[in-house]
Design a protein around this ligand. Structure first.
Ligand SMILES: [Zn+2]
Length: 319
């Protein structure tokens, strides 16, 4: 799957300049929301350090070294993910040990630690010592969505690089450029900030059917239609077995209701115009949003998606 475009060109440019001037830092903290390209840029950085054909725009991206880094199959680039809920001290110890396996002098190593905010205290302290005694050719790329949860002492040893969110307008335009129907492109751009995810959804028949079904369900809910309860079982259930889709589905309902609410006030800021305007008497979108938030909490708490959706339907239609 091709990515829609190079994420974060400014950050790549900045790192590339530092590389060409031989002014790279040995530790970076990449921070920003999910889907903004932190891991992609980290891998791109690693390629820059190992590819034998670096040009003006960076590594070649096509040689066997570049490809192996992409696949996580290159021995001198380690990508550390949380083991369960956290990065554990043993994982950091293993990193330290692996630096001694280098057979060549000054051999380069790149360590990418994803979700570095999840480090246990002991892991963080162990990493800190590692960062305090920098070896010449070791590079650390620490990635996080929650910079405030990363120890200040670790932050102070890193060059901080903020990753800004990719705007929905850019994602939408990119999808339209790829012949995705504009209505669907707009919807997808409001549901994800991850350009790759956006493209996958745009090309997926399942996602299209799911989206249609969710819109129908949102309409039933807004029309106070009791069949919305049964619709969960008859139509939505197979889709929302995928928990990620179950969350997206609730976002679709939220966005739909947002537009229904705004349309009622004749606000020009609506994303989509919907015909359904049921629930006139005593219609409270505020309550609806509360119920959707509750449904999300239940999903987080591992209640089955079907039960969450059915409960939501009861909550709303009972209004
Ligand atoms: Zn290469």
């Amino acid at each position: 799957m091709m990515i829609a475009y190079d994420k974060q060109p400014h950050i790549r440019q900045r790192l590339l300049q530092a590389y060409h001037k031989d002014k790279l830092a040995h530790a970076y903290l990449f921070y920003g929301k999910s889907g903004v390209g932190k891991l992609e840029v980290a891998k791109w950085f690693a390629k820059l350090l190992f590819c034998k054909q670096v040009g003006e725009t960076g590594a070649c991206l096509t040689c066997s070294v570049c490809k192996r880094i992409d696949l996580g199959d290159f021995p001198d680039v380690d990508i550390i993910q949380p083991d369960g809920a956290s990065i554990k001290v043993e994982q950091v110890r293993q990193l330290k040990e692996s630096t001694h396996y280098s057979s060549l002098e000054n051999k380069r190593k790149v360590y990418i630690l994803n979700h570095v905010d999840t480090m246990s205290i002991s892991a963080a302290n162990s990493l800190l010592k590692f960062l305090e005694e920098p070896e010449q050719d070791i590079y650390f790329l620490l990635l996080t969505e929650h910079k405030d949860k990363v120890l200040q002492t670790i932050q102070s040893r890193c060059q901080l690089i903020p990753f800004v969110s990719i705007s929905s307008t850019i994602i939408e335009k990119n999808l339209i450029d790829r012949s995705v129907p504009s209505h669907l492109a707009k919807w997808i751009s409001l549901l994800t900030q991850d350009s790759q995810q956006a493209l996958e959804w745009a090309e997926s028949d399942t996602f299209f059917e799911f989206h249609q079904a969710m819109l129908h369900w949102a309409k039933l809910l807004c029309e106070n239609d009791v069949t919305s309860f049964v619709y969960v079982q008859t139509t939505l259930a197979p889709f929302i077995q995928d928990k990620a889709l179950a969350f997206v589905g609730l976002d679709i309902v939220s966005l739909y209701m947002r537009d229904v609410m705004l349309s009622a006030f004749d606000v020009s800021n609506v994303h989509f115009k919907h015909k359904s305007m049921g629930h006139q008497e005593g219609f409270s979108t505020k309550d609806m949003f509360l119920f959707i938030a509750k449904a999300k909490e239940r999903l987080y708490a591992n209640v089955s998606a079907q039960v969450c959706y059915e409960t939501l339907s009861i909550d709303i239609v009972r209004l």
